[in-house]
Design a protein around this ligand. Structure first.
Ligand code: TRP
Length: 444
């Protein structure tokens, strides 16, 4: 390794970058379609419980491990454990490549929709979704989005990632709050709040929903593949990690909740609630553009543009964290320059996105593999590593947080609660995902 390790330039800068990683398409696209599919508020409650009990301890674990090791995932497991754990770091890098490859495709759709919104959505927009989402054009927008992501990451930790987050996150917050306020003024939107905030527990008490909620909790918080670990590796020892983890999780949950307050009243106010399909893309890419088309005129254009602009911004600050895992590993392992690592790995990942750009079926299965196998599996192994293998993680976590009293609880939950919940969830998630892969392969 050459030279000094890069550092965040300030505490708020780090927090904004971490919140930027967490807040993204997961909070707006995934959160709203899963909530629509699984009983509104009851699903939200389950997601909340899993975020606090399982996601938050893992988030803290990643930050502690990253700060302790001062290196990217592959080295971190080697330094704080043994050779046997090195493959977990490799898995994290593979997860990063996989998630970013299709995340960039979806982000590409949002870029395109922001552009179309400005020109005004037309009434047939919903019917054209499948054409727009698949094929050469979809790849083109993916390419544009990836180029932007690569350019930011090539700018460095403080000069690229932190600077982008500091600029973009306040904009995102303004957009989301403004849209939620606007949605509150719509007549007829109250049915949307009802739908969103009234619990239907009959949907929630099945194991399948638990898998979805757990996957969502991990995806939304960016845990289970070393993104937060990598961000933690640029931290000094003066950070109160428990407090900062709590802040990051709170911001992530807050934005997801706000996104629901935008999406549901909008859809219901324009009478399109029966069009909310359960598909991966339903609420966001089919129903909402139709909503903006119905609004028509300048209002429809402006609101539609601001909505998709918020998505682009959220997606960008998340995508940079995914790429950073890969780039930071390549820099640590092969001693490449940052610019070279960012462009070479970024281009490879862009190409890896070709199948997802060409077929929604492929994209859906890659999303399942990433969430159900990589993130949940990666989280399980991480809890075992920090809970059982790493030497005295409590002492490491206590640095900068001497007076915090919850470390015992944290350790116990990493050792017992988190692994037990994850094994239970994986018991359902693994066969389901393997079935989805088999279907895709046999269906051609
Ligand atoms: N959390 C982001 C979102 O909600 C996506 C993301 C960024 C992510 N980095 C990650 C997901 C790392 C899993 C792991 O859109």
């Amino acid at each position: 390794m050459s030279g000094e390790r890069e550092r965040w330039s300030s505490r708020p800068g780090f927090i904004l970058a971490a919140v930027g990683s967490a807040v993204g398409l997961g909070n707006m696209w995934r959160f709203s379609y899963l909530t629509a599919e699984h009983g509104g508020a009851a699903f939200v409650a389950l997601y909340l419980v899993l975020t606090l009990l399982v996601g938050l301890p893992l988030l803290l674990a990643e930050l502690v491990l990253g700060r302790t090791a001062q290196s990217s995932p592959i080295r971190a497991f080697l330094r704080s454990g043994s050779k046997a754990w090195r493959p977990l770091g490799v898995l994290y890098v593979i997860s990063g490549c996989t998630i970013l490859s299709y995340y960039g495709v979806i982000a590409g759709w949002t870029v395109r929709y922001a552009g179309i919104a400005l020109l005004g959505f037309d009434a047939e927009i919903a019917d054209r979704f499948e054409d727009m989402a698949q094929g050469g054009d979809a790849f083109g927008f993916h390419l544009v989005f990836m180029a932007l992501t690569i350019w930011i990451v090539a700018g460095g930790v403080s000069g690229g990632i932190e600077r982008a987050a500091t600029l973009l996150m306040p904009i995102l917050a303004l957009l989301i709050c403004g849209l939620a306020l606007y949605a509150a003024t719509l007549e007829g939107g109250s049915a949307g709040y009802d739908y969103y905030l009234r619990a239907d527990f009959s949907e929630v008490l099945s194991r399948g929903v638990l898998t979805q909620a757990a996957g969502q909790a991990f995806f939304s918080l960016s845990v289970g593949m070393g993104a937060m670990l990598t961000f933690g590796s640029y931290l000094g020892r003066d950070h109160h990690l428990p407090k900062e983890s709590g802040l990051i999780a709170a911001a992530d949950i807050g934005v997801a909740f706000l996104a629901g307050l935008v999406v549901f009243p909008l859809i219901f106010a324009l009478g399109l609630s029966d069009k909310v399909t359960g598909s991966t893309v339903g609420a966001l890419f089919i129903t909402l553009p139709q909503t903006f088309a119905e609004m028509g005129g300048v209002v429809g254009r402006v609101v539609g543009f601001l909505f998709f602009a918020a998505l682009v911004v959220g997606a960008l600050t998340s995508a940079i964290s995914l790429l950073e895992v890969v780039v930071s590993s390549v820099i640590d392992l092969f001693d490449w320059s940052r610019t070279r690592a960012a462009w070479v790995m970024g281009c490879l990942i862009t190409l890896l996105g070709v199948p997802s750009a060409w077929s929604l079926g492929v994209l859906d299965v890659v999303d399942q593999v990433a969430n159900n196998l990589f993130l949940l599996g990666g989280g399980l192994l991480l809890s075992i590593f920090v809970g059982w293998v790493m030497r005295d993680p409590e002492a490491e976590a206590r640095v900068g947080a001497e007076r915090f009293s919850g470390f015992g609880l944290w350790r116990v939950s990493l050792r017992f609660l988190v692994p037990v919940v994850l094994v239970f969830v994986l018991y359902d998630a693994v066969p389901k995902t393997l079935r989805a892969i088999a279907e895709l392969v046999s269906g051609g």
